[in-house]
Design a binder for this molecule. Structure first.
Ligand code: ZN
Length: 395
């Protein structure tokens, strides 16, 4: 048994506890949360830490298999430059890919991350995920913009999904990559499968302004890049609506769904999505958005609309770290008046709900095993992160 205390505990099941105590059994399951009323006694039996204790973080959007791509695509290239970098990437040795997958799984653990929603285009990370101390939900991603390839691409995705579930016993689902990379037919195959299974969905959404331009007016940098890549097979008619408005009904309304990025989502987009989807989560990956587009989503607009926000790191192709606290620091530095407790609820409890793991993760509650993370070098008086804030894993 351990008794762990700190200046504050953000429980996410009640108000923050000053000098509160967490009691854990030998399996690291929480057995009691003690509100001391701010007065800590019996100090010799307690581990006390300076800082704020929070549950382990849920990284809702990652591509662990792309960890070898760190610093290979320059920052600030825009989405068209990023696509170019991905398309022309030199083939990497499988051992290097596996080495980086293992390395960054451990780095995520040391950054206080306990669960990950992870995109897979192949099975290179499956062995690691099976053995890891972290929980992984694997999003088996499919994409092909050409209708002719919809059946083949879906069968490939289905095989990856079955491998993840049956061979590796992983939690998994089949998901579309993005509005501009998935044909209507491929969307309908994904929708049918998701409606049958009830699996968690995700889709990259409105990551660039030019994605909306592609759908609204059939012009722009994304249009030009896709035309260049696909050459003769490229045929695109403008849709006169934003990318979100074009695709939302191509997905089932009841499954949990994570919209990832949302850098250029408008009030109208938010209203459209939130009135259709019953279990909608908006995933923010701010450091990736700064890396690729040097832009950030309108976080206050999502808050004003009372939307559920979750947080992800995206991959090391477009980020320098897989560290949720660094994402929260970026949000805190760029958006005023968002409390630390609110951001922690996005990064922990909302993330756990999105991945259907809130029975174990996401908050301090008797019977849960959410991990215990200490936030050090925070401004305790104002309850604010500083640029020096860092994570120490306690449990
Ligand atoms: Zn992504």
């Amino acid at each position: 048994m351990r008794k762990i205390a700190a200046n504050y505990i953000i429980t996410l099941t009640g108000k923050p506890l000053k000098n509160g105590i967490l009691v854990l059994n030998d399996d690291n399951v929480i057995t009691e949360i003690i509100d001391t009323g701010g007065q800590l006694r019996d100090a010799e039996k307690i581990e006390f830490y300076n800082g704020i204790l929070v549950p382990g973080f849920v990284n809702c959007h990652c591509h662990l298999e792309l960890s070898f791509m760190k610093e290979r695509i320059p920052a600030g290239a825009g989405i068209d430059g990023f696509i170019d970098g991905m398309v022309h990437l030199r083939k990497e040795d499988e051992n290097v890919i596996l080495h980086e997958i293992h390395k960054y799984d451990r780095i995520m653990a040391s950054n206080g991350i306990v669960a990950v929603g992870d995109i897979s285009n192949n099975s290179s990370s499956f062995e690691l995920k099976k053995k890891s101390s972290l929980f992984y939900h694997t999003f088996c991603e499919v994409f092909h913009p050409d209708e002719k390839h919809a059946d083949d691409e879906f069968i490939k995705g289905l095989a990856l999904y079955q491998k993840a579930k049956k061979e590796y016993n992983l939690s998994a689902s089949i998901v579309p990559h993005a509005p501009h990379t998935v044909s209507d037919k491929l969307f309908s195959l994904i929708k049918k499968h998701a409606a049958q299974t009830g699996d968690i969905l995700c889709i990259h959404n409105q990551e660039s302004a030019t994605e909306n331009e592609y759908f609204l007016s059939g012009t722009g940098k994304l249009y030009n890049k896709l035309k260049e890549i696909r050459k003769d097979s490229f045929a695109w008619e403008k849709k006169n609506v934003s990318s979100l408005k074009y695709v939302y009904e191509k997905l089932p309304p009841v499954n949990n769904i994570l919209f990832v990025h949302n850098t250029f989502s408008s009030q109208n987009d938010i209203e459209t999505a939130s009135s259709y989807f019953k279990n909608l989560f908006w995933c923010l990956c701010p450091n990736s958005n700064l890396y690729i587009e040097n832009a950030l989503p309108d976080v206050h607009l999502l808050r004003k609309n009372k939307q559920k926000i979750v947080v992800g790191t995206d991959s090391l192709a477009s980020n320098t770290r897989l560290n949720i606290l660094e994402e929260l620091k970026t949000i805190s530095a760029n958006f005023d008046n968002i409390s630390l407790e609110e951001m922690i609820s996005w990064a922990c409890l909302n993330g756990a709900e999105a991945l259907n793991i809130e029975d174990i993760y996401g908050s301090f509650y008797s019977g849960k095993k959410p991990g215990v993370v200490l936030l050090e070098k925070v401004n305790i008086q104002n309850f604010k992160l500083t640029q020096e804030s860092k994570v120490k894993v306690i449990v």
